[in-house]
Design a protein around this ligand. Structure first.
Ligand SMILES: CC(C)(COP(=O)(O)OP(=O)(O)OC[C@H]1O[C@@H](n2cnc3c(N)ncnc32)[C@H](O)[C@@H]1OP(=O)(O)O)[C@@H](O)C(=O)NCCC(=O)NCCS
Length: 247
């Protein structure tokens, strides 16, 4: 069950894989990311997940239009996320020498601090960390220059778009400016490598993160992102759930 497969219906694709390295929860990721999938593709992905022994599944963070076919196939809202964006016009000032490139040897400490910084549902395991690094054609993975590692960020770049995949600071080292140092490093790298926009998402209850991103020049996108859940055993396939209304 640990591997991923791609389910195809016409031009629609849905990747079906495990949510965490172990367990019976699936992760469903639709491609291409900017289009709306057919409901058939979602049903086929559910069938694939069930055949592979998954009992339930979460989607990736979806835009409201991406979420529609998942709602139609019986998924329900699990959590909404803020989406924030920042245009990159000028070079961003960084605290020189605050971060360094992450090495393989740092991964254990990075995963330890990630587990302390995030609640269970959002914690990274080794596979999720590797996925975040591989998610885009180019990436930057930096840690705070400290022993042990106090914080890290992973930022991805695809074309002109940069994505802050992860920022976390050890709870004992928060409110000392490390979060801002990480975000500014991310922004400067993205700008230097030709990105025109940086995006990040965060939980709507995460005031700390929102405050940090706003101080670093981010503003809210017009819509939120949605993480959906489906309990495959409930057999509610085909009964369309009512999606939330966005204005
Ligand atoms: C969000 C997060 C990364 C912020 O990290 P951080 O290192 O605390 O960030 P900073 O220190 O740069 O800024 C945080 C606060 O400390 C304040 N601060 C910074 N330096 C300071 C200093 N020297 N003295 C006093 N306060 C200071 C900032 O003004 C800011 O104030 P606020 O809490 O009112 O917004 C951290 O809280 C975290 O890891 N949270 C859990 C994981 C998470 O949510 N990640 C983001 C998800 S997308």
């Amino acid at each position: 069950m640990a591997t991923r497969t791609m389910v195809y219906v016409g031009r629609d694709r849905v990747q079906v894989g495990p949510w965490k390295a172990a367990g019976t929860t699936a992760n469903l990721i639709p491609y291409p990311e900017r289009d709306r999938l057919s409901v058939d593709a979602v049903h086929k992905a559910i069938d694939e997940a069930v055949d592979r022994g998954f009992t339930n599944g979460y989607t990736a963070a979806l835009s409201p239009s991406q979420a529609e076919p998942f709602f139609e196939a019986g998924f329900v809202l699990h959590e909404e996320l803020h989406l924030l964006r920042r245009e990159l016009g000028d070079e961003v000032n960084v605290t020189r020498g605050a971060t360094r490139r992450a090495r393989r040897i740092d991964w254990d400490e990075v995963l330890e601090l990630d587990a302390l910084a995030f609640q269970d549902f959002w914690q990274f395991d080794r596979v999720a960390l590797a996925d975040a690094v591989r998610a885009t054609p180019r990436h930057r993975f930096q840690v705070i220059k400290s022993a042990p590692v106090f914080g890290y960020h992973i930022t991805g770049l695809a074309g002109l778009d940069a994505y802050i995949q992860r920022v976390a600071v050890h709870p004992d080292a928060q409110r000392l400016g490390y979060g801002a140092a990480l975000v500014n490093d991310s922004l400067r790298w993205a700008w230097r490598n030709g990105a025109t926009t940086v995006q990040v998402n965060t939980q709507i209850t995460n005031d700390r993160a929102v405050g940090l991103y706003e101080r670093c020049g981010f503003t809210f996108a017009p819509h939120r992102l949605l993480v959906l859940h489906h309990d495959f055993a409930r057999g509610d396939r085909g009964e369309a759930a009512t999606p939330p209304i966005y204005t």
